[in-house]
Write a protein that binds this ligand. Sequence first.
Ligand code: HEM
Length: 299
Amino acid sequence: MNNQGSLTAKVAIDSIESAVHTENHLRRAHAIGIAFDATFQPTGAAVPWTIAAHLQQTEVPAVVRFSHSSTSRNSNEQLNPVKGMAVRFQLFDGTFTNLTMANIPSFVSKTPDAFIRLLQAFDSNSTWSQRIDALIQDTEYKEFGSILKKLQPFRNFESLHYYSIHAYYLINKDLQRQAVRFEWQPLPQNDDGNSNSSKENELIHKVQLDQSIRFRLLIQLAEQGDIIDDPTIAWPDDREKIEAGILTLKSLRADNAESFIFDPTVTTQGIECSDDPILHFRSKAYAESAKRRGVRETR
Ligand code: HEM
């Protein structure tokens, strides 16, 4: 694994807790969300690249959690356009694999240390001009302003396009490896939302009505020379994308997936993590956050 720096998960979560308001029993990031049971029907198009069970021909159950990215209930989520979509594919042997994505094509920093420095600069006592200075002064964040500028104001979870940001490797039956990134592309739906209702209630209503909320799983294939382990660099738009399957939301989960840890390094045979240092740090940070909110998950 590449440079992990000196930052520990404990220090990272301590930094989040001292920079922004968090709540004991909630996730230390993406605290507020809404979860659904779903199904994933693979198309079979990914079979030449991977032996992963959920990317063959047979439908698998899945759990989906959409989340606002802030750390507590109190913040104004309409003003924060960064949202998350975490999916757990439940496999027939009782194991599972996760994809934990956000609606941005690349990340703000390539090291965990730089990300935590940024969080500290954005603490609740800082002014907007101090925050903008922090973003401008550190060259590592230079692309992020343009990503944020492209984000539209939040309309609803179900119309967003989500990205894995990190690369993974698909492994096929001949043990050939292909670097890829994953995306969820929303499929067109009836937009009969009642504007007096919350975004979450509108989504629940749509799912109950006709189960028309669907996302297509796209797999972007890297080409020779594409940088694999840097989450700040998206690959060129003309890279081939496979349509690997369709996710359909089925019903609201009564437990809201509160006890789930959507660790993005949990993969299955046929998928491997790249060496992206942010990806591997997320695993430790999510475990530390889960410990503090009283959740332990066994695989
Ligand atoms: C060093 C970088 C990062 C840190 C320290 C970090 C930290 C965290 C923490 C502590 C949680 C709560 C985990 C839990 O209690 O279960 C979380 C959740 C989440 N993060 Fe990150 N994160 C990082 C990068 C990313 C990136 C790059 C993405 C998008 C690709 C992302 C998307 C999400 C999502 C969607 C959730 C909610 C998952 C769920 O629904 O349970 N994070 N993050």
